[in-house]
Design a protein around this ligand. Sequence first.
Ligand SMILES: Nc1ncnc2c1ncn2[C@@H]1O[C@H](COP(=O)(O)OP(=O)(O)OP(=O)(O)O)[C@@H](O)[C@H]1O
Ligand SMILES: [Mg+2]
Length: 373
Amino acid sequence: MQSPFLFGRTVSADEFTNRSKEMQRLKDNFTNQVNTILISPRRWGKSSLVKKVAASLHGRQTKTVMIDMMGIRNEEGFYKALATATIKATSGKVEEWIAASKQFLKNLTPKISIGSDPLQDLDISFEWKLLEKNYQEILNLPEKIAVAKNLKIIVCLDEFQNLANFDEPELFQKRLRSEWQHHTHVCYCLYGSRQHMMTELFTKQSKAFYKFGEVIFLPKIQREEWVKYIVRQFLNTKKKISPQLANEIADTVKDHSYYVQQLSHLVWIKTERVATQKILEDATVDLLEQNALLYTRDTENLSTPQFNFLKALADGITKNFSSKDIIHRYELGTSANVLKIKKALVQKELIDDSGTTIEFLDPAYERWFQKNM
Ligand SMILES: Nc1ncnc2c1ncn2[C@@H]1O[C@H](COP(=O)(O)OP(=O)(O)OP(=O)(O)O)[C@@H](O)[C@H]1O
Ligand SMILES: [Mg+2]
């Protein structure tokens, strides 16, 4: 029987649990054309959530355009992706695609090719020279199509922070903002994992996207929900786990979405009929072993003071790192140095600094570090 737990991919149907509050909030924003920025650490469930909400709204009057910026390397690539995805999401047939490309992208004389599966492979390309001059045409494409076809369009851009790798990220952001702020039939949802980068992009006054929309920090899925979910998935596959043990699974990985699924999966595999404490212990060892390569690499890339800082964190210290005693005990240098270390570790996405307390971002790495370092 196939495992009822899924990780490493966006979840949508049976594996998607709860998030009803967040779903409602996103839905309300999208239907009221409120641009939304969704931020969380890696693998808490942003992509799954947006995909689910977008799919539920996609229909006759509302179209959703989904773009993952992960694989997009430059501005040109972005325009191409936006044009293709928008046209695909808003026109039904191949003939319509071609007509729409010609109608709405007049100044760009797009080259259109249709692949072997005409329902899937639409490829639109442009000459960079024309694009450079008329890029606005593509940025305004969703709005133009929405008006012409009497639609509402939701454009979702995943891994948005990836634009930092473009040649001129600041200029690019200004370009987007100055066109998109006039759109009244299109709503934008921008989300991504690099927490500090995303936060900076949208909350710093000097940035082009400052106050572009509502910023939502996605919380973790609640403990009770995980317990219900784990118990149910076991039952559905004719195995059993007690609520206490399910609680312990979630507790072991601090309710981190990806790891709850991974650890549940490992427990499920080892369970013939009824899950036990011993099985959970073995599964936890497996979990750390499976990720050990990654953790070793992250640890090797630390400077000595950074390593010492994590050591303090692993020992349970969560604040006052600049106090004399802690600086001395963990050889952190000076208090100015502590600030630098913190900043570097936040940038490496290893710790989360909430302002009052500091913690490991990755609960499994924390366990591994405690055990092995
Ligand atoms: N609502 C949910 N219910 C159950 N499991 C979930 C849920 N959301 C996420 N997960 C689990 O977490 C994993 C990561 O989810 P997802 O890819 O949506 O997160 P993300 O925040 O977009 O991650 P990344 O930072 O890698 O882009 C999923 O593969 C799944 O195992
Ligand atoms: Mg994602």
